[in-house]
Each structure stands twice: as structure tokens, then as C-alpha cells.
Write a protein that binds this ligand. Structure first.
Ligand SMILES: [Fe+2]
Length: 162
């Protein structure tokens, strides 16, 4: 039912300081971070991004012990599993439109839904060491691109829709 998500390493054409962006996001300096992201957006060559029909792909920028930063490239109709996150999670929609459904667990219940259009972001700072924070499911209503920052690799996020 859910297709495997393809991952690739993203290579950027300028000397944009991705580490600095991670530090700003980790320190929750979101206004400054968003200014940097707006500069970055102008430099991204969409043609270089991995794309998968009916699905989304992860174009990884940084994946180390401290941070995970990447670009998610969404086909229209692409949808994630219902999943949790490490303590820090940040999404910025670069283009398109994503629907984010938020869930409570025990029992798994949808609590809200929000629409994220280009230029909007969503972030959370929850329980360190847990991978069941900020449980949600994201879907793309059109071709979309988003930047994601996490304090750990998002593939470790707990899955809830078995
Ligand atoms: Fe997520």
C-alpha cells in the first residue's frame, strides 16, 4: 500500500551555509532561519531533485549525529505514513501545498488538520530521546517541495498506521 521512499544525497551549486541553517533551526531562531531559507530557495535547481511518481523523495543535505536536513520532493497525491518525530522538527513549504493531519496516540485519533502553502512553516520542540513526538500524516495536493530539519534521522520516527 505504501511505496518505499527513495533517498538521495542533494548537491548544491553554491557555498550556501547549510550547517549554519541547522544551528539556527536547532536554536529555534526561526525568523533568521527563514531569511536564510528564502535565499536558498533562489539557488535550488529543481531539475536536480529526485522525483518519484505518486510518491515523495528525500533529497538529503545533512545527515549526521546532530541534525538531519533535506528537501522533500512531492508528486501530487503523495502521502506519508502516520509517523512521529524526534524532539526537534521543522518544515518549510517552498512550493505547492501540503495537508498536515495531526494525531493523538492511545488511541490514535485525528485532532486537527492544517494546510501548508508555500512560504509557511511548522515546527515542534518536544521530548528529547523519543521518536513519537508531533504525530502526523502529510499529503501533497499538488506538486510540492519542502525543506525539513530534524534533530535525528526521520526514518527512525515511530510509525502508527499498521
Ligand atoms: Fe513528519
Amino acid at each position: 500500500m505504501f511505496k518505499e521512499i527513495q533517498n538521495t544525497y542533494y548537491t548544491h551549486s553554491t557555498n550556501f551555509d547549510f550547517k549554519m541553517l541547522c544551528v539556527l533551526l536547532h536554536e529555534e531562531k526561526y525568523t533568521l532561519a527563514i531569511e536564510k531559507i528564502k535565499t536558498l530557495i533562489l539557488e535550488i535547481d529543481l531539475e536536480t531533485l529526485l522525483f518519484d511518481q505518486y510518491n515523495y523523495t528525500r533529497n538529503i543535505i545533512i545527515n549526521n549525529k546532530s541534525y538531519w536536513l533535506g528537501l522533500l520532493n512531492w508528486d501530487k497525491g503523495a502521502i506519508t505514513r502516520i509517523h512521529g518525530h524526534p524532539d526537534r522538527a521543522f518544515i518549510y513549504v517552498i512550493k505547492g501545498q501540503l495537508i498536515c493531519k495531526d494525531f493523538d496516540k492511545n488511541p490514535l485519533t485525528k485532532i486537527s488538520s492544517s494546510t501548508l502553502v508555500d512560504g509557511t512553516c511548522k515546527y515542534s520542540n518536544s521530548v528529547k530521546g523519543k521518536m513519537d513526538n508531533d504525530i502526523h500524516q502529510i499529503s501533497a495536493t499538488e506538486l510540492s517541495l519542502s525543506l525539513h530539519f530534524y534533530s535525528d534521522n526521520p526514518i527512525k520516527g515511530e510509525i502508527f498506521d499498521f
